[in-house]
Design a protein around this ligand. Structure first.
Ligand SMILES: [Zn+2]
Length: 163
């Protein structure tokens, strides 16, 4: 009888301990800011968005017009797109400002990016070595953490006045 009671007490105590630890964890979780639990895909999308604003806004003239680098069409920067030379799927050059420039929807989407013209533009702007540099960089495997992306978001938000 004594032994049973002892066992029961022990198991109750264990249950209480478990309960306390659950409460503790739950309490801890609620204290953490929600920001830290954001999915990488969500953060990546936000970085894409603010980076695209930066690319188009910084290329605009004082009237707010930005020219497509592959056909020269000038439009308010909000109506233009940001086109990648090395495709977006390569993380190492996805947010490299040398790899991303203003393009009109006609060139970026319907013209498939107009790579020959894009290559000409890049060569004129940065010198001929840029093509090799960006193409080589595309093969480097890059892992970018959520924290790094969050920092970049803040950086580009500050630059674009989106903060
Ligand atoms: Zn164009």
């Amino acid at each position: 009888m004594k032994r049973r009671k002892k066992l029961l007490t022990k198991s109750l105590w264990r249950r209480k301990k478990n309960l306390t630890s659950v409460v503790k964890v739950a309490g801890k979780k609620s204290k953490k800011p929600k920001k830290k639990t954001r999915k990488p895909s969500v953060v990546k999308r936000e970085l894409d968005k603010v980076f695209s604003i930066y690319i188009r806004q910084s290329a605009a003239d004082p009237q707010g017009y930005a020219s497509c680098v592959t056909c020269g069409k000038s439009l308010p920067w909000q109506q233009q797109q940001s086109g990648h030379f090395v495709p977006r799927s390569h993380l190492s050059t996805r947010w490299d400002p040398r790899n991303v420039h203003v393009q009109c929807v006609g060139c970026n989407i319907f013209g498939g990016g107009r790579y020959p013209e894009y290559a000409l533009f890049l060569t004129r702007k940065y010198g001929p070595e840029i093509l090799e540099e960006l193409t080589k960089a595309k093969h480097t495997v890059t892992k970018i953490s959520v924290q790094e992306m969050e920092q970049s978001i803040l950086f580009y938000k500050a630059l674009t006045g989106e903060l």
